[in-house]
Design a protein around this ligand. Structure first.
Ligand code: SF4
Length: 503
């Protein structure tokens, strides 16, 4: 399904016979008559490598946000309201009614094609381990449910009919004939004209049978229509589970493809903690006094990782190499100029002379900013501030080092003490953080604390429509934490700005 570039084609011609198995797919265009899909048929049309990667990243962004909604116990209504603008932006899926004269026009086809391909690409990325498969199936089912519930009634019926699920609608005559039996076996329904039923093999609804919520007769279960959604969801999950098992068995063949393996590897890592990029515009914070003298005051807006580095620096008048690197990059990311950054470090290292500072530390700070160093140093722009993913997964701190993420690298007791020292005393929040950390959801714990510390301001921007859900998505970059915190706490004088790093 990938359109290869010329150099890849040349290389593929020489590949061994086993790789030709990938070329045996039948290429045909999907016409996507329905908005929703159970993803039974894999896509076989060509797409570019760029589409392959960006579509997958867009879907991953949606799945990660949905998962974090469930981690934070958002109600279905809150989740739907939160997700709607993000879905519209990254993975739109319009109803047929949005097309002219009921035709599935090109825009609808493009949306459905992206949805179809991105689902299958992530299947490849997340079928490697049982844990990933389980998580992927769970969140994909959540996404499917969200879309199913907001589907137009007529289209939903047409979609369900198209599934050929062998559900026989019970005729009015049969309904009347069963009468009291049907009512007696279906809790919550008092009159026959209140509901319709359909028949399926009883083995397909084990949960309903187990909880005695359906009538069983001659091997058939009589299921009320109101249970249809949950049955479709069960069908969706069970087909996806099987599909993922099959994909897992095919995976070793993909290892031979040096174009896709790195992309898939990157995607599966992103599932643990979504990654975020950083561009120069992310550091602009209109009206903020970002200078060396102001860092102590600004540190109230820092996430715990950077607060810890700042406090350690103030206590020891020194930070070790990785701590200096992580912190310098962050300070650069909040918009601190090179001159101010040099001044900040010089003043912070009170126990050394100017001479030592100039010899041992000045160069590194300039290098991070791209002021010195060769072409490799990102053509004069220096290095990008670290994302949560990088901090969580690379260079764990050793003894005496202060870099890393406290949610990931501190013991629960030390983390709790540190949170309390920074003013987090709410027992419910601390309990939630402990649970998140035990389940290895480090960035969710960080977001939990952020939401608690800014709950008044978040309510205000939501209630007054100042910020949309996209501006309040899950934080996955320390610089987003800072920028969002600063803007929320200075709402009256801050113009509207984008508060996210690039995903
Ligand atoms: Fe810092 Fe990210 Fe850890 Fe929060 S989750 S403390 S922002 S590394």
């Amino acid at each position: 399904m990938i359109r290869s570039e010329a150099r890849f084609d040349a290389k593929r011609k020489k590949t061994d016979y086993r790789k030709t198995q990938f070329a045996t797919a039948t290429y045909r265009e999907n016409d996507y008559p329905h908005r929703l899909s159970l993803y039974d048929v894999p896509p076989t049309q060509e797409i570019s490598l760029e589409e392959f990667e960006t579509w997958a990243i867009d879907r991953l962004r949606i799945l990660a946000e949905l998962e974090s909604c469930s981690f934070r116990n958002r109600s279905p209504q809150e989740t739907a309201a939160h997700m709607q603008p993000m879905l519209k932006k990254y993975l739109p899926l319009s109803n047929n009614t949005a097309a002219a004269a009921g035709q599935v026009d090109q825009r609808l086809k493009d949306e459905r094609r992206k949805d179809h391909y991105s689902h299958y690409i992530l299947r490849l990325a997340f079928s490697g381990t049982e844990d990933l498969r389980r998580r992927f199936a769970r969140i994909e089912t959540m996404l499917f449910k969200l879309r199913l519930e907001e589907d137009d009634g007529r289209e939903k019926r047409a979609f369900v009919d198209s599934l050929n699920l062998n559900w026989d609608l019970v005729t009015p005559e049969e309904k009347r004939a069963l009468g009291e039996e049907l009512l007696g076996a279906t809790p919550g329904i008092r009159r026959l004209d209140e509901e319709n039923w359909f028949k399926v093999d009883w083995t397909r609804v084990p949960e309903l049978v187990e909880h005695r919520r359906v009538l069983i007769k001659k091997g058939k279960a009589y299921v009320p229509l109101k249970e249809q959604t949950s049955m479709i969801l069960t069908e969706f999950t069970s087909r996806l589970d099987k599909g993922l098992e099959l994909t897992a068995r095919q995976l070793p063949r993909l290892d031979e493809d040096d174009r896709l393996s790195p992309i898939l590897d990157h995607l599966s890592k992103n599932f643990a903690t979504p990654d975020a990029g950083f561009s120069d515009s992310d550091s602009s914070l209109a009206g903020a006094a970002i200078n060396a003298a102001n860092i102590d005051a600004l540190s109230q807006h820092f996430p715990l990782c950077m607060k810890h580095l700042h406090t350690t620096l103030r206590q020891n008048s020194h930070l070790k190499h990785f701590g200096r690197l992580q912190y310098t990059l962050f300070l650069k990311g909040i918009g601190l100029s090179l001159e101010d950054c040099l001044m900040f470090w010089r003043q912070a290292f009170t126990k050394i002379t100017d001479d030592t500072f100039n010899k041992e530390y000045r160069y590194n700070v300039r290098h991070v900013y791209g002021d010195v160093g060769g072409d490799a140093n990102r053509r004069g722009r220096g290095y990008s501030p670290y994302s949560c993913q990088k901090i969580l997964t690379e260079h764990p701190p050793g003894t005496g080092e202060a870099h890393g993420c406290p949610y990931r690298h501190f013991s629960v007791d030390n983390l709790t003490s540190m949170l309390q020292a920074t003013g987090v005393h709410d027992r419910e929040v601390l309990r939630g953080v402990k649970e998140d950390v035990e389940k290895k959801r480090y960035h969710i714990a960080c977001n939990r604390v952020f939401e608690w510390a800014h709950k008044g301001e978040i309510k205000k921007v939501k209630d007054e429509g100042i910020w949309g859900a996209a501006e309040l998505d899950t934080i996955v970059h320390p610089n987003t934490y800072f920028k969002r915190s600063y803007l929320l706490k200075n709402l009256s004088d801050a113009p509207k700005q984008d508060v996210r790093m690039e995903g």
